[in-house]
Every structure is written in C-alpha cells, then in structure tokens.
Design a protein around this ligand. Structure first.
Ligand SMILES: [Zn+2]
Length: 593
C-alpha cells in the first residue's frame, strides 16, 4: 500500500506505544482530536529499534530548542532513509516521540494520491510479487515515478489461445488492477508474435507451418487468431494493454537492437549468414532460470540447432538467414531473413517502455530459454538507456494449468477454449473465478465441475448483490472499508486471490453485516476481481401473445389428428416467432429461444 506522509498533529494513524515516560510532556503530544482508543505513540528510543525497516515519523529535540520532524524508513536505530534515498542520522537521546506511519486506507486512495506520492519521490506501489530473478517476494516500483511499466509476453498467433494461455494473460490483469487500486498509473505493453516463433520439434516457423497445412496466407492466419485473442481477453474482462505491437511491424526496431549488440561484440554473423548472440559474452547467463552455460549440453533440445554455423552450442539466432524460405522474410544489413523469436521482446519492451521495464510477466514455460535469452539481449542495451544494471526490475511467472488432471495438449485431446465454455452455456467469467481461487504460483487443475460450480456461484452473487447498485459518490461505511482493505491487502501480498475470495464467501454468510453493506463490499472488491459482480442479468419477461397461444393450441390439435405436415409447419412458424417447441412423453412443451 502506498504510504501517506502524515505530519504530527493530524492524528490519523495507529501509533506504537513504548515507555512509561510517555505521559509527561502532554502539552505537546497530548491526544489529538479525532484519535480513537488504542492510537498511541512511543518515546523510548530503545523500543524504536523494533521498527527498523518500517516507515516512521520521529520528532527530535533541537539543541537550540524547539523540535524537528524526520519522516522516512528507519534503516538503523539512529538512521532514517528519506524517499529521495538520502540517509539522515539522528541522536537517539534527542527523540521526543515517534510513531509508525501505516498505509492509508485502500478505499480512500485515489489516482491523485498515487500521483502525489510519486511527486513526493515515492516509488513503491505497496504491491508485492514473487520475483523469479531474486527468488524473493518484492515490491513493485515505478522507476520513473510516473507509472508502472509492465511488459507481458503475448501470443504466437497461429492457433486459438486455450484457457491455460489465458491464465497467464490474466496474471497481468490482476497485477494491474492491484496497482491501480493502490492509486498508481500502469502502462502495459503486450506483443503479438506473428513471425519468427520456431517450433521446438522442427526448424519451422509455427505460423508458416499452419499456413502450409491450411493453404492460406500466413498473415491472414495471424490476423484471424490475433482478433480471436482480443475477443478472449474481452470475455475474461482483462483490461486492454496500451499497445499490442506486432513483431512483423517492428523489424526495423529489431535490426537496430541487433546492430547495437554486434557493436558491443555480443553478437556475430555465422557462416550460414544468420546473426547469433554470443552467450559466453554475457556473464550472468542462467541467473533467471538456473540453467548455467556449463550445464547446457550440446544437442539438448532447448533451442533450434544450426549445425556448424554457431561458435558455441548455447548461442541462439537473433536474425535468421532466409535460406530457402520465401515468405515472411525481410531485407536486413545481414541479408534477407527473419527475426529470431527472443529478439522481438527485447526490442519492443525497451522501445515501447522507454528503456526500462518495471515488471515483466509471462508463463513459467517462457522462463527458459525465452526470458533467459531476452535478459541477455536487453541488459547490455538498456545500460545505455538507463543507469541500472537490469533492464527488468522484476520477473513474474505464472504456473501451468492442468485440465482434469492432465496437461492440456492437442495430442491428449483435452484442449479447452473459452468458446467451449460458452457453448456449454457457462459464463466465461466462471473460468476467471476458478483462476482466482488458485494462487498464480501453484499449478492448478481446472475441471468442468469447478467451472460449473463457479458459474452457479457467480449467478447467485449477482442476483443477491447486483440489484442493490450504489451511486458512484457513495462513501463506503467504516465496516465495509475494513473488509475492502483486507481484500486489497490480499491482492497486494503476492496476489493471494484465494484468500480474498474466501473473505467474500464468509461475508456472504455473515449475519452481522446488512445486505447493503455486503453489496457495497462486493461492488468495490469487483474492481480487483473483475468478475462483473454488479451485472444485472435481466431476462426480460415475455408474455405469450394470443396469436402464438393460438398456434400452440392448433399444433396440439394437428398432432392429435395425426396431421404431421401441419404440426411441422406450425413448429417452423413458431420457431420463426422465437418459440421453440418440443414433443415429450406427456405432450408438447415450449420455451423462448
Ligand atoms: Zn516474450
């Protein structure tokens, strides 16, 4: 949560109480107006040490008389780090009083608060995630103090995205909503791979392979699946990225990136005309995935092979020479060819996010080799653009999805698309609900039974709470604020979405909250959940007209007199009028279509 700087005297935060000497000197530090019971503060400088690592406000006696206030993170018993990074030392004996500065209530935060926080030099969003590179849960920060810059690896558009792929794309949405809820701006870039993604099994472009099999233009195929991808995101209420750059439209950008790597001696042109990254020249190769170069054996199928052309077996292609290929090729300083898969993400992320990525997101399967290679390609170039050593601050990976106990694959025949969910009459957001019920970092097993149960629960929640729609100007009650803060905090702590949903399940049954209060909590929590909980599913009540009623009667008579031609004619007529008729054992039944 973003901290708010609250000066002494405003009396709005919970304070730590230490030392019996507190009660004297009351004239200056007496209970302030608006303070409730339990809000206390401390004066014992020994006790201050317990707040190391926390944000504190300290009032010190000045030698010349009077007081001076210090605000920042306590880094030692006698040092505070200010938001601008400067360290201020103080004399512990001079402490008059101190208190911990706690995050402001989540519901009271707004975008303006986030901007204000950043203008004051704050970078942390208060939202933490597990970072694959440091193997720690770390806070997401805005490195430019304006917005949080996120890059998410997008789809290779040669087939439908299945629900497992969508789980990864949802991860970006959940992080985004958490950061925005905390009051910060977010910029998301997600690429569309429409060229250059080689199949692991054969040295063949995935899109060209599909194009050959279906005898269709490769770009036509790419556009078809690209639009399906956008449709799926919308169905899952995944917020749109700021930009979806296509690999095929960023070729020049990739050339520039490759040239920079060559200038630095990190890439070379092989005998086959292709340009390769020299993996041995990047010292910390393997830091992300744990796959050190010394462990990578030649012939291991982690990257398509280019027999003889590479200097070292773990090098990979940045630019592939066209060879016999005639489609999807471009001119380049190294001859006709096409980009390697990994280079697009390095070039696009740095280009569209202005040289630095605060958070990089992708599925766990991309950690190696895709992200490992991307890091090697990005860091040397980002160093020119940014003073930090890492082009990416945090690497976030989502786990695999199983379906009914098995890995989803075409060969296993258990690939589930969002369109399959809709075809069964289930709400696609039921899939979103199932994803939220499992932490992103654990492998989860989705099933038709769980989607169906989630669909039922969503309908129940909407029916119960959506009708009590609240006006936007409504301020949530303190009772509601408390629960919403807890839910926001679940999201902010490494996306503990199962816990957030558990709170709502408990709330639904809790008699100490009235229906209006429950509704307001569900409404505000939905900004994080994205389950469309305030949607009123209106089924317009339709009256059967006298005319239609007459047709239904006439059909019963036609069947009784075995005039099946007439009964079929009436069935078709009714169908055109939106009425579906079926003949069951105990007679004719009908329903609105
Ligand atoms: Zn990528």
């Amino acid at each position: 949560m973003s901290s708010k700087e609250i000066p002494f005297g405003s009396g709005v935060e919970i304070l730590s109480m230490f030392g019996a000497t507190f009660s004297h000197n009351l004239p200056l530090m007496s209970p302030m107006s608006g303070e409730s019971k339990g809000q206390v503060r401390g004066r014992d400088h020994h006790a201050l040490a317990s707040l190391i690592g926390r944000r504190v406000s300290i009032r010190l006696h000045e030698a010349a008389g009077g007081y001076r206030d210090l605000l920042g993170t306590l880094v030692a018993a006698d040092q505070v780090e200010r938001r601008d990074g400067s360290i201020v030392a103080f004399e512990p004996a001079a402490i008059f009083a101190f208190r911990e500065v706690l995050p402001k209530s989540a519901t009271a935060r707004s975008l303006a608060d986030g901007e204000k926080n950043m203008n004051e030099g704050g970078r942390g969003t208060g939202v933490s995630i597990y970072d694959t590179l440091s193997r720690q849960v770390r806070q997401i920060q805005s490195s430019d103090n304006k917005e949080v810059r996120i890059y998410c690896c997008g789809p290779t558009v040669y087939r439908d995205a299945h629900v497992g792929n969508l789980r990864t794309f949802l991860l970006t949405d959940l992080v985004r909503r958490s950061i925005e809820f905390a009051g910060f701006k977010v910029k998301v870039i997600q690429n569309i791979t429409d060229v250059g993604h080689m199949s692991e099994d054969f040295d063949e472009d995935k899109i060209l392979k599909e194009s050959k099999e279906r005898k269709r233009d490769p770009f036509e195929i790419a556009r078809e699946y690209e639009s399906k991808f956008h449709r799926d995101l919308a169905l899952l209420k995944i917020k749109k990225a700021e930009h979806y750059p296509r690999a095929s439209e960023c070729i020049e950008m990739m050339h520039q990136h490759i040239s920079l790597l060559m200038d630095k001696g990190l890439a070379y042109q092989g005998e086959d005309g292709s340009v390769y990254f020299s993996s041995e020249r990047f010292e910390s190769y393997g830091a992300l995935s744990g796959n050190r170069l010394s462990d990578l054996k030649p012939g291991h199928r982690y990257e398509f092979t280019e027999a003889g052309a590479k200097r070292f077996h773990a090098d990979w292609a940045l630019w592939k020479s066209a060879g016999a290929r005639r489609e999807m090729i471009w001119d380049s300083p190294w001859g006709k060819g096409f980009p390697g898969w990994h280079i697009e993400c390095s070039a696009m992320s740095l280009h569209f996010l202005n040289g630095h990525i605060d958070l990089h997101i992708g599925g766990i399967d991309l950690r190696f080799p895709h992200h490992e290679n991307e890091r090697a390609q990005s860091n040397p170039v980002a160093k020119d653009l940014d003073s930090t050593n890492e082009a990416v601050d945090l690497w976030l990976h989502g786990e695999h999805l199983l379906f009914e106990g098995r890995k989803m694959s075409k060969s296993a025949g258990n690939v589930v698309l969002l369109s399959d969910v809709i075809a069964r009459g289930l709400d696609p957001l039921a899939v979103r609900f199932c994803f939220l019920e499992n932490r992103y970092r654990s492998q989860m097993d989705l099933s038709w039974a769980s989607i169906t149960a989630a669909d039922r629960l969503l309908r129940r929640w909407r029916e119960r709470f959506a009708n009590q729609a609240l006006s936007t100007s409504h301020q949530p009650s303190p009772q509601a604020t408390l629960i919403i803060d807890e839910i926001a905090s679940d999201f902010a702590q490494d996306l503990d979405t199962p816990r957030a949903l558990q709170r709502l399940r408990s709330l639904e049954k809790d008699d100490s909250f009235d229906e209006t209060c429950k509704s307001e909590i569900f409404a505000i929590a939905d900004r994080l959940l994205g389950l469309d909980l305030m949607r009123v599913d209106i089924q317009p009540k339709r009256e059967l007209s006298q005319e239609d009623s007459g047709f239904l009667q006439a059909r019963i008579q036609a069947r009784a007199s075995k005039d099946y031609a007439e009964s079929d004619r009436l069935r078709e007529l009714l169908a055109e009028r939106g009425i579906e008729v079926r003949d069951e054992l105990d007679g004719q039944v009908w329903d609105w279509k």
